[in-house]
Design a protein around this ligand. Structure first.
Ligand code: RIB
Length: 286
């Protein structure tokens, strides 16, 4: 089994449920406030690790209680956290999430997530080999993400970029990406930005599953029909589960993508981001 190296964000998710979003200048009452360790990086790492993958994480938190809690959540789920830095004078990443009828609106303060340096990347990838997988998203500083993609590619790793939240600043680094996993909105933005020359494209389509496109083939896969409770982190579960499947044999097959889609479908039946991703037993028996 290959190892999965995740460079990504850790955000404490602060969630309130309400029946609608407030208008400008308006205050409304919501309910069920809760906090949950989140961030696309943390969610993807935990999703892969819960399934049984060997996951290493590079990230940064502030010296605060949220930072401690998020590191603890990763560790408890079996993720290697020896490359997570505690940074003085800056807050851990925070995501303020309004959960409205199962869908979410998110405002981020990325805080410490933007403090990754090139030398952190060098240390992190010093033990990686060409058999390993590199997975990242767009919630850390782009110079570090771009540098890491280039370095991972030089090592010969399989690189996966989940371009979320979408930002065209990363465009110049796409040549170091093997597998690109946008959702529909992100895909629309990147394809407007210029020709997308990616070897393997996986577009996640929410409740409609996913679409896969490579130079040789293209196909669609469906999602399971489930009762949706909370879609937060569903894309992260898809990416983490897909990386787990790749770590088994490096084959990008319909079976691997269907597995990821199934894991994501299960996650939306539960509340929360990282806590909603399933174990291997749960995916196999669902
Ligand atoms: O993809 C879901 C995640 O996006 C949340 O956990 C939140 O932290 C934001 O990063």
């Amino acid at each position: 089994m290959s190892r999965i190296f995740v460079l990504g964000s850790l955000n404490m998710d602060l969630v309130i449920e309400s029946s609608r979003a407030p208008l400008e200048g308006e205050t409304i009452t919501g309910k069920n406030f809760r906090t949950c360790p989140g961030g696309k990086g943390l969610n993807q790492a935990i999703a892969a690790s819960k399934l049984g993958a060997d996951v290493y994480f590079l990230g940064a938190v502030g010296k605060d209680s949220f930072g401690k809690e998020m590191k603890e959540a990763l560790k408890k789920n079996g993720v290697n956290i020896s490359n997570i830095k505690d940074i003085e004078g800056v807050s851990s990443g925070i995501a303020v999430i309004q959960l409205i009828n199962g869908d979410n609106r998110i405002t981020l303060d990325l805080g410490a997530n933007l403090k990754i340096t090139k030398s952190d990347v060098d240390n992190f990838l010093s033990i990686a080999t060409k058999n390993d997988i590199f997975l990242t998203q767009l919630e850390c500083n782009f110079d570090a993400i771009g540098y890491a993609l280039e370095k991972a590619k030089k090592i010969g790793m399989t690189t996966i970029l989940n371009p979320a939240p979408a930002n065209l600043e990363i465009f110049k680094y796409l040549r170091f990406v093997d597998i690109f996993t946008p959702n529909e909105t992100e895909y629309a933005l990147f394809s407007e930005g210029g020709m997308l020359d990616i070897n393997y494209l996986v577009i996640t389509l929410g409740g409609d599953g996913y679409k896969f496109v490579s130079k040789n083939e293209s196909f669609k896969g469906s999602a399971m029909k489930v009762k949706v409770v909370d879609t937060t982190g569903a894309g992260d579960t898809f990416n983490g589960a897909f990386a787990y499947e790749l770590s088994l044999n490096h084959e990008i097959t319909k079976k691997a993508l269907d597995f990821a889609s199934k894991a994501a479908s299960i996650s939306v039946t539960r509340l929360g981001s990282s806590v909603s991703s399933p174990t291997l037993e749960e995916v196999l028996k669902y």
